[in-house]
Design a protein around this ligand. Structure first.
Ligand code: SF4
Length: 557
């Protein structure tokens, strides 16, 4: 099977050492991206690690397709122990980093330890340098990029960076690349912040040679189809479905009090497209679905908002003006926070104050979260930890704030939120697509477990390839088989091993059946979760049996 190439690079920022380890066996079994990083994390992060402790490890990894010229491959994966969920999380981001990362000659970076000074780490094909950067303390993400450009001639396409939120250990701080693309979910920005790592740069000219050639076609066909598509998504990005989702009563509104938003047109796809002023893409991707937007009246510029931000800072807060949502989006990117978790936390606060629709207050609170000022200090802990103090319901699963796509309406998606190792995230399994399209009846949970398992396995493989989730109409199952020189079932098996590793790790930290739950009622959830465990071959308590315990990754040199 096609897989990424190149060694694991371990950077200990406490000891200021860099070590390369050959991981060929692991690459053969785990391909790259999320699967590879999960296998490493499972065996190298102690099960009792503190997410903010030096023993936690953050992984940045590519798949083999990041060495191709094919569309839908502009993304990379990050994995680590989450300060938000207390379990393993993986999250992926687009932008232009992946090719520069590959050129540094590695398949995966591992960051461990804790520096006593704020650091920039420079990874090149000829070694690793550690630079103390006290002048960047408190710097925003663009200020950090400007510094790297001025001092090292490295643009934001060479960097991952954290903002003030990461430094201040906001539990949903993101790691940013290209200034506007977020490794958003699960707080890995705070993991880097705890390690005192402000920024990591990548450059070189030493892409590892792939043992298996990426076939051509379908690579060129996929690229051509991406370039000539007239999908609405190419114009409006993920916001193109906002009105449709609202019409399906799946757009949570006013902190989950309602299912549809009366001002949806003010924040939906057409409103966003009106503000779009140029095309935006990720490396190698001709589909170019990104959304550079500008408000001529105020001069505000940002990239996005994407649909999930339109939900979290729009409908969920009762805010119906796209410029207000753009402002929230720009704040989160600049300060380095996941727009979903931050938006849900702000919505919870607006609910507690009876201030739905107050966009100015939302912006003020968003900034306070990043700097942990006043009420922001409480909200920076995430809704699971602060809802009692606010006096609002706890709309999280495993500590992760909900994405849109309301599980109270899309019951299969609700089941997915309940059992996902990552918590209430929409990218863990796309039951929502099947339920929106009618391929699966949105009503009911029973009999959906097998489909859910396949969807989870597919997503885990896709995040390992790494293939963009928005390319599934082009990078079809058959084309995946050709690209990876493997049967579809073999690809799903990589995904299955990944999900099992995540579950096994989380089990060792105490996660079990009690954590696979929802804060609201959907039909037959208990039986459906049992069906899911059965389909996975796990115990009735939601744990991985010893007989299926995963194999070991290589130890530290
Ligand atoms: S489809 Fe969009 S998000 Fe995906 S790689 Fe292409 S430009 Fe990036």
């Amino acid at each position: 099977m096609l897989h990424a190439a190149g060694p694991l690079l371990t950077v200990d920022v406490g000891e200021r050492t860099a070590t390369e380890t050959e991981i060929e066996d692991l690459l053969e079994n785990y391909v790259g991206g999320r699967a590879l990083a999960t296998a490493l994390a499972h065996d190298r992060i102690p099960f009792d690690a503190d997410p903010f402790g030096p023993e936690n490890r953050a992984y940045l990894s590519t798949g083999p397709l990041q060495q191709s010229a094919m569309s839908f491959t502009g993304r990379m994966n990050m994995t680590g122990l989450s300060p938000l969920t207390d379990g393993l999380v993986s999250t992926n981001a687009g932008g232009y980093l992946s090719r520069n990362f590959v050129d540094a000659g590695i398949s995966v970076l591992e960051v461990v330890g804790e520096s006593d000074e704020l650091l920039a780490v420079h990874v090149t094909d000829s070694g690793v340098e550690f630079e103390e950067v006290p002048e960047l303390e408190g710097a925003t993400v663009p200020e950090t990029s400007d510094y790297m450009e001025a001092e090292h001639d490295l643009g934001p396409e060479h960097c991952i960076a954290i903002g003030p939120a990461g430094e201040n250990l906001v539990r949903f701080a993101s790691v940013m690349t290209f200034d506007s693309r977020a490794f958003g979910r699960g707080g890995l920005g705070a993991v880097l912040g705890a390690k005192n790592v402000k920024c990591v740069t990548f450059e070189g000219d030493a892409a590892p040679e792939l043992e298996v050639e990426i076939p051509d076609p379908p690579e060129s066909e996929i690229h051509r189809e991406a370039a000539t598509s007239d999908d609405r998504m190419r114009r409006q990005g993920t916001t193109g479905g906002t009105e449709f989702i609202n019409d399906n009563f799946s757009l949570p509104t006013r902190y989950f009090r309602d299912y549809e938003f009366e001002d949806v047109e003010g924040i939906g796809g057409n409103a966003v497209e009106e503000k779009k002023y140029k095309k935006g893409a990720c490396s190698a991707c001709a589909y170019a679905c990104k959304l550079p937007t500008r408000d001529e009246e105020t001069g505000l510029e940002t990239e996005g908002p994407e649909f999930e931000t339109v939900y979290s800072f729009g409908s969920l807060q009762g805010v119906g003006d796209v410029v207000d949502v753009m402002k929230s989006n720009e704040l989160c990117d600049r300060l380095g926070m996941d727009t979903i978790s931050a938006g849900v936390a702000v919505a919870a606060y607006l609910d507690s104050e009876d201030e739905f629709g107050n966009a100015d207050l939302a912006h003020e609170i968003t900034e306070k979260i990043a700097y942990r000022e006043g009420i922001g200090d409480l909200l920076a802990e995430g809704v699971d930890r602060c809802h009692d103090d606010l006096g609002v319901d706890n709309y999280t699963v495993k500590g992760m704030e909900f994405a849109a796509h309301d599980g109270r309406v899309l019951h299969g998606q609700g089941l997915s939120y309940a059992v996902a190792n990552r918590g209430a995230d929409h990218m863990y399994a796309s039951m929502l697509s099947l339920e929106y399209s009618g391929e699966l009846d949105p009503e009911g949970t029973l009999g959906k477990a097998e489909t859910l398992v396949e969807q989870e396995n597919y997503a885990a493989f896709r995040d390992s390839g790494v293939v963009c989730a928005f390319g599934s109409d082009y990078v079809t199952d058959e084309r995946l088989e050709t690209l990876f020189d493997a049967d579809y079932d073999e690809l799903l098996e990589v995904g299955a091993r990944t999900v099992t590793l995540e579950r096994h790790f989380n089990n060792q930290r105490g996660f079990d059946r009690a954590d696979d739950d929802l804060p609201y009622e959907i039909p037959d959830l208990e039986e459906a979760v049992a069906e899911y465990y059965d389909a996975r071959g796990w115990t009735a308590d939601g744990t991985v049996p010893d007989s299926r315990a995963p194999e070991s990754a290589p130890a530290d040199d």
